[in-house]
Design a protein around this ligand. Structure first.
Ligand SMILES: Nc1ncnc2c1ncn2[C@@H]1O[C@H](COP(=O)(O)OP(=O)(O)OP(=O)(O)O)[C@@H](O)[C@H]1O
Ligand SMILES: [Mg+2]
Length: 400
């Protein structure tokens, strides 16, 4: 069989897997948009394609086997036939004939096995190529050969002229960003959707390497720290709250494996999650299903905040982590956070002005650039972009 056929089949199988997976995970979206028939058609197309090739290949393989058995059996008939004649003439012993038959069968079986290899090798090699492709991907973020250690535990974060573009993107997602965030202060980042807030946040734990400039933590470039050491310093609450299957306590302990029960509880208290957890039948031992589908969006956010808090790191990063909370819970949570994080550096990304109004420093991002840095009142006077965001959300009285 030709190797290309196997590549084709592999691709078709992947296509079927992809369509099937999308159909299962997106089932509610598909139903709500009445796209069931469309998805069925899409699946049928992908599936028919695979079926056709599979039938073709299997038909060839199925005819190969009887053909070979036929050759084998006709050969033994011929041996016995001619051998019988020779024995009849007295030229040969019966034992010789049996031995000859055995040898001939062994050789032919070996040939048959060899021909099976022609079928199996291309199949295995097509899979091996793909597996190797995945295994051979080298991580782009590498630890420095000699990592520096910063153990003075302060958490001073500084961006110096940072420019970053996503791999393959034409425009930089962030350009010339400079600011510093100090321990004991709250630094807020605000800006329209797609302005680069999450991108900026993701650069601090070094999920991506920057193009130019530098990011310093306690005066040391993050590229000269080991990734483990760097990430130990940061408690991150990502924009998309992701929980793992397991109990609620397991999920909070994800931040700190050996956290004692009262530490877990304290983190949940600060994250305003205790109330809803205790209302569940099994409390902290209640089971979160895969992907956290059995808790609400706001509950998920609060659990992922608790997970970051239990770590007690010197830098806390909240990426739009209060968006799914009602105003009352949001205010209560921020009050509790303030007490918890008095000595830590806190970076908060938010959409709501009310969440960040009292921050020590507000960074306004606009299309990947800093449009202004300052306190609420300063920015109201000096920054047009900030003024627009504020006036779209607050009334005249609330602004002052
Ligand atoms: N993984 C990625 N690969 C390529 N481009 C990306 C990626 N993530 C984001 N971008 C691009 O970078 C820009 C900034 O995105 P980012 O997620 O930082 O915005 P944001 O300010 O966090 O928006 P939001 O308020 O919606 O969360 C966008 O134009 C987006 O298209
Ligand atoms: Mg974002």
């Amino acid at each position: 069989m030709h190797r290309r056929d196997y590549y084709g089949r592999l691709k078709r199988r992947q296509a079927v897997d992809r369509v099937l997976r999308e159909g299962l995970t997106g089932i509610r979206v598909i139903r709500s948009f009445n796209r069931v028939d469309y998805e069925k058609r899409r699946f049928n197309e992908a599936n028919l394609d695979l079926t056709n090739t599979a039938v073709k290949v299997n038909r060839m393989m199925a005819s190969l086997m009887p053909l070979m058995m036929q050759i084998l059996n006709f050969a033994s008939i011929a041996i016995i036939w001619f051998g019988g004649l020779r024995i009849n003439n007295g030229h040969m012993q019966v034992g010789d004939l049996m031995a000859f038959l055995q040898y001939a069968m062994q050789i032919m079986f070996a040939l048959m096995m060899a021909s099976m290899m022609f079928v199996m090798i291309p199949r295995a090699s097509a899979s091996a190529v793909r597996i190797n492709e995945v295994l051979n991907i080298a991580p782009q973020i590498k630890d420095p050969e000699k990592a520096e250690n910063v153990d003075n535990k302060k958490g001073y974060v500084e961006f110096q002229n940072v420019t970053f573009s996503y791999p393959g993107a034409e425009q930089p997602a962030l350009s010339y960003i400079s600011f510093s965030a100090k321990p004991g202060e709250v630094t807020a980042i605000i800006g329209g959707t797609g302005s680069g807030k999450s991108t900026l946040i993701n650069l601090i734990p070094r999920f991506y390497d920057i193009d130019s400039g530098s990011i310093l933590i306690d005066g040391v470039d993050i590229r000269s720290l080991s990734q483990k050491h760097l990430r130990d310093k940061i408690g991150l609450v990502p924009q998309k709250a992701l929980l793992f299957s397991g109990s609620i306590a397991d999920n909070i302990r994800f931040g700190k494996e050996k956290a004692a029960d009262d530490e877990v509880r304290r983190a949940a208290d600060i994250a305003q999650a205790t109330d809803f957890i205790e209302n569940l039948k099994d409390g902290f031992e209640s089971v979160i299903s895969q992907g956290g589908t059995n808790v609400s969006g706001g509950q998920k956010q609060r659990l992922s905040i608790a997970r970051a808090l239990v770590k007690r790191s010197e830098i806390y990063v909240f990426d739009d982590s209060f968006s799914a909370l009602d105003f009352k819970t949001d205010a209560k949570l921020r009050q509790a956070l303030k007490e918890e994080t008095v000595n830590a550096t806190v970076l908060i990304v938010a959409q709501r002005v009310s969440t960040i109004m009292d921050a020590d420093r507000i960074i306004v991002l606009h299309e990947g650039k800093v449009a202004g840095i300052g306190r609420h009142h300063e920015l109201l006077k000096s920054c047009q972009v900030y003024k627009e965001i504020v006036s779209s959300q607050l009334t005249e009285e609330e602004i002052v």
